[in-house]
Design a protein around this ligand. Structure first.
Ligand code: HEM
Length: 490
């Protein structure tokens, strides 16, 4: 009797469960149909909207979890391309498909949208720079500065970065070790890399205290002008009423003052080095006709070069501290090489750097572009379309963590790069693609290799506090603390 009753209840549950499932599926498919909009008069559909309303979208776009929210949207709606709503009926398309991203970035009709890049100029007193320019106006500054990144200059700049690392080891790291103290890895490496850029690119020496102040002021200014203004145009007209914005103007003024000091210092040099970034800027009056424009470009190099490279290095050292086996393997491979000068030949070093740049891409928000033609793609046999003139955001994190391309994408597996698939290689674009890709990538790669190998070859790193990963223009490790132990007295 009991058995009969149980079977009956179970059967009832199953019927009820099936009914609920059917009703739920119909609801979901209706919501989907409403979210995937008809593309008037065409046989293609527009990508769906991210769940939530405009207020939620703006809040998420300006939050420190921004790229991770985008990942969660893709997981929810199971669509690699979607739209978000902005104030005044504007919208943005997010592209998490690497194939579509490549098509857009390599298309000659693609441009940079003013809506996003122009507000960033406020950091530079409103002056345009290579990063915020487009088309004909962009070419002269890019051409003027490109020679400063030729292999001989990268070699020289990297040598200075290594000297700064050596100074840091002597003045800070050995003291932390002697006092059995842990240290904030992101903060320490930012100080090394920023000091190196100032000295090697601009022939300008800074104390650690000055470097720390500059780094703080840059963060303050960027938070306002690059992050908050882009998504909320009301911050500009009502700016003076917002204390954060007033503080950001002060920060921007301080950064400009440093840039003018750098130029003044350069003009006093008796024998300035040839081919440095500052020499290219100062002597290219066609590309940079006045001091305001020169200062703006100079500031852009500080901003674009320091946080990106240093946070990448910090992430690499952090991952190695979290994975002692891989750390040991890397050290072994380095020490097997004939000399320190050959460290760059370590295959394991390349695998580790690649894997960390995939897992935690500092430029995780990637590139933002305006498309010059309709971009059509297929999804499960359905034609989808992003219409011409749309603003398209291409966050690299979305495809660097795409399960369809990378197995266990949230895991640190350097060996996945030993025999990568064509798709993995095509997807891995940490420096973006197309004409406005990263001008400083050769320098960044050289510094990552030399600083990481210098530290790991001699010091064992252990994790004291993992901290968290936060996003604000770049992805960065916040509050991550390591301890070091010297392995031999070289
Ligand atoms: C790991 C380090 C770095 C990463 C991941 C990185 C990534 C990127 C990316 C993705 C872009 C394209 C942005 C967009 O499309 O909006 C870019 C542009 C740029 N980067 Fe880097 N970057 C790094 C280091 C550097 C360094 C060391 C410098 C110079 C010292 C630099 C200077 C620039 C400049 C000036 C641009 C604008 C180029 C243009 O628009 O023509 N970057 N970077």
């Amino acid at each position: 009797m009991k058995q009969l009753l149980n079977d009956y209840v179970l059967k009832e549950h199953r019927v009820l469960g099936t009914l609920i499932f059917l009703v739920f599926s119909v609801l979901v498919s209706n919501v989907w149909k409403r979210k995937v909009q008809k593309n008037e008069g065409k046989d293609s559909l527009l990508p769906p909207f991210a769940p939530g309303n405009m207020t939620l979208h703006v809040q998420k776009l300006t939050s420190t979890e921004f790229p991770f929210w985008l990942l969660s949207v893709i997981q929810k709606i199971r669509h690699q391309i979607f739209q978000v709503k902005l104030p005044f009926g504007r919208k943005l398309y997010f592209v998490g498909s690497s194939a579509v991203a490549r098509e857009i970035l390599l298309d000659p009709a693609t441009t940079k949208p003013d809506l996003i890049y122009k507000p960033i100029r406020a950091v530079n007193g409103g002056n345009p720079t290579m990063f915020t320019l487009d088309g004909k106006e962009w070419l002269p500054p890019r051409k003027a500065c490109a020679p400063a990144f030729s292999s001989n200059h990268v070699k020289r700049m990297n040598q200075v970065a290594l000297e700064k690392t050596e100074e840091w080891i002597q003045e800070y790291l050995l003291k932390y070790i002697a006092n059995n103290e842990s240290f904030d890895i992101a903060h320490e490496i930012v100080c090394v890399v920023l000091a190196a850029i100032m000295e090697t690119a601009f022939e300008y020496s800074m104390t650690r205290e000055q470097v720390e102040t500059l780094s703080n002021e840059i963060e303050l200014a960027l938070m306002e002008f690059a992050l908050k203004t882009g998504s909320n145009p009301l911050r500009k007209p009502f700016g003076l009423l917002i204390p954060e914005r007033r503080r950001a103007y002060k920060a921007a003024a301080y950064i400009r003052q440093i840039a003018f000091e750098v130029m003044e210092n350069y003009r006093k040099l008796k024998q300035p080095a040839k081919g440095t970034i500052i020499q290219r800027i100062m002597d290219s009056d066609e590309a940079f006709p006045n001091d305001d424009l020169k200062a703006a470009q100079l500031i852009e190099f500080i901003i674009a070069g320091a946080d990106t490279t240093s946070h990448s290095i910090a992430f690499i050292l952090l991952e190695l501290a979290k994975h002692p086996k891989e750390q040991q393997e890397l050290r072994k491979s380095l020490l097997e090489l004939p000399s320190k000068n050959d460290f760059g030949n370590s295959e394991m070093l390349h695998l580790v750097i690649k894997e960390v740049m995939r897992l935690n891409p500092v430029a995780s928000s990637g590139s933002i572009r305006k498309i010059g033609r309709d971009v059509v793609y297929e999804r499960h046999g359905q034609k989808m379309e992003i219409p011409k003139d749309s603003v398209v955001w291409i966050p690299f994190l979305l495809f660097f963590r795409d399960e369809a391309i990378f197995d266990s994408p949230t895991k640190f597996v350097p060996k996945r790069w030993v025999n990568p698939t064509r798709e993995m290689l095509d997807t891995f674009i940490p420096f973006s693609l197309g004409k406005q890709n990263c001008i400083g990538q050769s320098l960044a790669k050289a510094e990552m290799q030399s600083i990481v190998s210098r530290i790991v070859s001699e010091f064992e790193l252990t994790l004291e506090d993992e901290g968290s990963v936060s996003y604000f223009l770049t992805l960065k490790p916040v509050g991550a603390r390591l301890k070091a132990r010297r392995l031999s007295e070289n």
